[in-house]
Design a protein around this ligand. Structure first.
Ligand code: SAM
Ligand code: SF4
Length: 326
């Protein structure tokens, strides 16, 4: 029986685990302009500690895990972590979110470990713009990462695009065209404000504008899926599907099933509020499993019903996105 129920009756079955605060890109919308203070390795959870916590979450009712970062593939031997999570009783789905740069090196290991799907982030189809957004030159690596994942038969492969006004909103139709013949789930993500991440009103493009633009050229047919927070659509004769993550203009707080564990072991019950409880300190001080589970359940009971309005989010005290993992 799921014990991860908050005071609003929401049942939590999805855990996002960040395995590192390191990254091989510097995306301007994610990494704060003044950088982040990297944690010493001793502060980062070991794979054994992560797996131990994941087991406890599974005993409490988590069935789905997503591994994220920073960039999760910069952490050595990540496929061994996928394998150990796949073996946890009750866990039905283990996915990963990556910038795709290192995918071509690891895709076979990840597939053999039983990976259930990969989300790849790519915000532009222009090599020059990629450099401006990520401050690095790895555009071709990401493209080959996407191709390798598709050829390896990992499914689903999703493509995350953060849409930013004046930066990549002119590429929305190009991205739609990009998935025409590919088995990709394209997801346009509303740009979320975090401290020092370049967010301004002018840079923000609501999903209604994205959908209007796409509808001026294509007929979008909605796909019903109660499990997905994305609003998903098909286009006739398209292999790829089109989705929107509308965290800002049509938030899905009332259906939120997500919990987050940061790389340094903090439990975070909402993306937009600071992390609440340091579980690393507890496991390193020999807290029993049943005490740990009690702390997790109690922390969840502090979860607020919804995130603050956008104006407040801009100045909200919070971890940066690179520390949270999306
Ligand atoms: N490095 C990996 C990657 O880029 O996919 C995983 C970590 S990244 C923080 C996870 C997701 O968060 C990515 O899809 C990224 O585009 C998204 N993201 C980061 N900052 C964001 C923001 N300000 N608004 C919306 N999405 C954001
Ligand atoms: Fe790194 Fe991903 Fe953030 Fe880009 S979005 S800086 S790849 S963690």
């Amino acid at each position: 029986m799921n014990k991860l129920i908050d005071t609003y009756g929401r049942l939590h079955n999805y855990l996002r685990i960040s395995v590192t605060d390191r990254c091989n890109l510097r995306c301007v919308y994610c990494m704060p302009s003044d950088g982040i203070e990297l944690k010493p390795h001793s502060e980062i959870l070991s794979f054994e500690e992560i797996t131990k916590l994941a087991k406890l979450f599974a005993e409490l009712g988590v069935t789905k895990i997503r591994i994220t970062g920073g960039e999760p593939l910069v952490r050595k031997n990540l496929s061994s972590l996928i394998l150990s999570h796949k073996k946890i009783e009750g866990i039905k789905n283990v996915g990963i979110t990556t910038n795709g740069i290192l995918l071509k090196n690891y895709v076979n290991d990840l597939k053999s470990a039983g990976l259930d799907g990969v989300n790849i982030s790519l915000d532009t189809l222009s090599k020059d713009k990629f450099r401006r957004i990520t401050l690095r030159d790895n555009f071709d690596d990401v493209l080959s990462g996407i191709n390798t994942a598709l050829h390896a038969g990992i499914s689903p492969v999703k493509l995350n695009v953060v849409v930013m006004g004046g930066i990549n909103d002119d590429e929305i139709l190009d991205f739609v065209e990009f998935v025409k013949d590919k088995n990709l789930e394209l997801r346009f993500i509303e740009y979320m404000p975090f401290k020092s991440n370049g967010w301004t009103n002018a840079r923000f493009l609501p999903y209604s504008q994205m959908i209007n633009l796409i509808s001026s050229k294509y007929t979008l047919t909605p796909i019903e899926n109660s499990e997905s927070v994305a609003k998903n659509y098909t286009i006739k004769e398209f292999k790829g599907r089109i989705g929107f993550i509308t965290s800002i203009t049509e938030h899905f707080c009332s259906d939120c099933r997500r919990l987050r564990l940061t790389a340094d072991g903090w439990l975070k019950t909402c993306l937009f509020f600071p992390a609440e409880k340091n579980l690393k300190e507890l496991i390193r001080s020999n807290t029993t499993d049943s005490e740990l589970k009690k702390v997790i359940v109690e922390t969840l009971r502090q979860k607020k019903f919804m995130h603050p309005e956008i104006e407040e989010l801009v100045n909200q005290e919070n971890n940066s996105m690179i520390e949270i993992g999306g």
